[in-house]
Design a protein around this ligand. Structure first.
Ligand SMILES: O=C(O)[C@H]1NCC[C@@H]1O
Length: 343
């Protein structure tokens, strides 16, 4: 066996969505901040291609790189790599990272509760983990400031027609649509159709509506389409289907923590969900993230919320990824049968 690198990975999923964690074998990238480091990873592409492309990855995979924190308040920093983006923040990935840090002993666990501060590219996030018998069972992440950007905007989607949509940010950027407008039931058998429809809506929203983060973060596009089911009450809790199409055309298996945060910001902007109240997002496979409005706040003088997201993640394996110097595909490859090509 010969290899020019060994990347040590702990495999994990949060409520069904893969969020593998690189725990060794990769030096921290250059940059003064975690955001700058994440821009370097996005531009360089070497690690993204090695980890995300076939034969080591695939369109379903998200990978997180642990890095030393830059802010002294944080115990660990991390960079998120998703199929097409290297985003500011991610709910499922933050829950996977927290679980791997605690369950594998990288950060010492205290039972019944361990508190940590982690540093995402978007900034600091507080984590509270309910721990029992050496397992971080429930992770609550206090997300970055989330806000509504456009309410009831008209969007003309080629092949679909005129829709009324919202745009919002919950650590990542969303166009939000009521699935009844496109006549698609948010059921597993419709996953392909939902993914393709969501990508059309996201592309149209980027062309016609756009997105700009008020703090000039440089995150100025819409990443995802959230199909936001009608809220209903179950056992007294407010719930809603939360199904997200991710570029280049897959469905999040989890309810998408950033989407639940963005949805709560929209409900708050409409006066329908208040500080201290909760919304549980239900994924396409029936898994749940419990969202809560921790507090109402502002961002650049606009209304915003600080949300939290609670969910669980489970370690599913470990891997050492290698590169034989004779491998003809050091950067891997993508094919449009499983990885639709972006226009
Ligand atoms: O939970 C979330 O926010 C994420 N899941 C995969 C894509 C999003 O970043």
């Amino acid at each position: 066996m010969r290899t020019t690198k060994i990347v040590h990975v702990v495999n994990c999923h949060a409520e069904g969505e893969v969020g593998d964690v690189i725990v060794g074998g990769v030096a921290p990238p250059p940059g003064e901040t975690i955001w700058e480091q994440s821009r370097w990873i996005a531009k360089d592409e070497t690690l993204r291609n090695f980890m995300l492309n076939e034969p080591r990855g695939g369109v379903f995979r998200h990978v997180n790189l642990l890095v030393p924190p830059k802010n002294p308040k944080a115990q660990m920093g991390w960079i998120i790599m998703e199929p097409e983006d290297t985003p500011p923040m991610s709910g499922s990935n933050s829950i996977c990272v927290s679980t791997v840090l605690l369950d594998s002993g990288i950060i010492p666990m205290t039972e019944p509760v361990t508190k940590m501060v982690l540093e995402a590219p978007a900034g600091l996030v507080e984590v509270e983990a309910q721990c029992r018998n050496g397992k971080a069972e429930r992770i609550t992440v206090t997300n970055v400031k989330s806000f509504a950007q456009r309410l009831d905007a008209t969007l003309d989607v080629p092949g679909i027609g005129k829709l009324t949509v919202d745009t919002a940010y919950g650590g990542d950027s969303f166009v939000v649509v009521d699935p009844e407008q496109v006549g698609i039931e948010l059921a597993p058998e419709n996953a392909r159709l939902i993914a393709e429809t969501g990508i059309k809506i996201t592309n149209a929203a980027n062309q016609q509506l756009g997105f700009s983060h008020p703090e000039d973060t440089g995150w100025n596009h819409i990443s995802f389409c959230l199909f936001a089911g009608k809220p209903y009450r179950e056992d007294g809790n407010l719930q809603a289907k939360s199904v997200v199409a991710i570029q280049p055309g897959k469905i999040d298996r989890s309810p998408t923590g950033t989407a639940v945060s963005a949805r709560m910001a929209l409900l708050n902007a409409r006066g329908q969900l208040h500080e201290g109240e909760s919304l549980t997002g239900v994924s396409i496979i029936g898994t749940k993230f419990v969202g809560k409005i921790v507090r109402e706040t502002t961002i650049a003088d606009q209304k915003a919320i600080v949300p939290s997201i609670t969910g669980s993640a489970w370690i599913s394996g470990t891997a050492q990824l290698m590169l034989d110097p004779a491998d003809p595909f050091p950067g891997g490859y993508k094919l449009s049968d499983t990885w639709p090509m972006l226009k």
